[in-house]
Design a protein around this ligand. Structure first.
Ligand code: GLY
Length: 365
């Protein structure tokens, strides 16, 4: 059975298909059987999983789809790999009718989407996310791009996929820490939009970690529905979509400071959300009981709630000043004001941010 969530956009609507073992039907669909111009972009780890997949290997047409794979890891989400993919496409004489199929986590999805947006001024692509984090967030909404040494996702574009196919079966191939990392983005949705969902997660988070089928399906679909609503209201991140960056100003600073791939994205997001909630308590915008529940849920499932050792408040600020939400040199932060509600703050002075981070680091909370 396939569940569908529709993303309704003016010129680029698409479906998110969600289910177990549905990759087969995707490849057998007419687009791919009759198309000689599809290329799978993946990473070396997933490539082995795909090649071992019995549906893939028994179908001659599917087997003939060329695969280009990049090394596995956030440190490869860079312009050099973009160029490698483009060189492959050019050498094989792919034209504007090429269809790129990104099979992998956030790195593969972001980089493939970016290539799709610039190759010969733009070609079609599909997202087949294989990590929990990519299934609930990164593959949906058309944010594509790569990292720069001075800042995460600093080079990129908005380019919507033609479809997103979430085969939940892939999650059984993931190391446990990647499932835990994906939970950070799931909890993020609950803190931003939905107190009831947060309570549900407090009760069910361990069932998700155990990959219990019904729980996973409910939770992934719920996140896709929330994200679809946001994208439909604000595709290019002028207002509502900004909220999805809860915790990300701090998280991106951590990832850039320690070196891409040293921490998983969800780990950095967990710390980022906890710092955001702490700041909000300091500003008298969030009750400390809510802060405590937010911190506890991340801690219980095994996510970090403190930043990397040795990272000073000034180190956070340095990277946060290059955040994409900065306007005219002013840091803008999304902070929780309840569980299920966030607000955009644009007038917190840099000196106050430094002081709150210092207090956070020193506090025995
Ligand atoms: N991951 C946040 C967004 O897609 O807007």
């Amino acid at each position: 059975m396939v569940d569908k969530v529709h993303v309704n956009l003016m010129n680029s609507s698409y479906d998110i298909s969600i289910g177990f073992n549905i990759l087969k039907n995707f490849f057998i669909s007419t687009i791919f059987l009759n198309n000689t111009n599809s290329v799978i972009i993946t990473n070396n780890t997933i490539k082995n999983v795909i090649l071992k997949n019995k549906y893939y290997s028994i179908n001659k047409n599917i087997k003939n789809i060329p695969i280009f794979s990049i090394p596995d890891g956030e440190c490869y989400k860079n312009l050099k790999e973009v160029e490698n993919i483009i060189s492959f496409l050019l050498k094989k004489l792919y034209g504007r009718d090429v269809i790129l199929i990104a099979i992998g986590g956030g790195v593969v999805g972001d980089i493939t989407g970016f290539v799709a947006s610039i190759y010969q001024r733009g070609v079609n692509f599909f997202q087949v996310p294989t990590t929990l984090l990519a299934q609930v967030d990164a593959s949906i909404g058309g944010k594509t791009g790569v990292n720069h040494i001075l800042g995460k996702n600093m080079i990129g574009s908005f380019w919507q996929p033609k479809g997103v196919l979430i085969d939940i079966e892939f999650l059984s191939t993931l190391p446990r820490e990647h499932i835990i990392s994906g939970m950070a983005e799931i909890i993020k949705y609950a803190i931003i939009f939905d107190h009831e969902f947060f309570i549900w997660l407090e009760k069910n988070c361990f069932k998700i970690l155990q990959l219990q089928k019904d729980t996973l399906l409910y939770c992934i679909k719920k996140c896709c529905e929330l994200k679809a609503l946001v994208i439909e209201a604000d595709e290019k991140e002028s207002n509502l979509r900004l909220f999805l960056n809860l915790g990300h100003s701090f998280a991106h600073a951590i990832e850039a400071y320690i070196g891409y791939g040293k921490w998983l994205h969800g780990e950095a997001v967990s710390v980022g959300i906890v710092i955001s909630a702490y700041l909000s308590v300091q500003l008298n915008m969030l009750h400390k009981d809510y802060f405590s529940r937010i911190k506890t849920i991340f801690y219980r499932i095994g996510l970090p709630i403190k930043g990397p050792k040795g990272m000073l408040p000034q180190d956070y600020l340095e990277f946060m000043l290059r955040d994409k939400k900065v306007l005219s040199g002013k840091i803008r932060l999304i902070l929780p004001v309840s569980i299920g509600k966030v607000q955009l703050f644009s007038s917190i002075e840099n000196t106050s941010i430094l002081r709150f981070i210092k207090k956070f680091q020193e506090d025995k909370h």
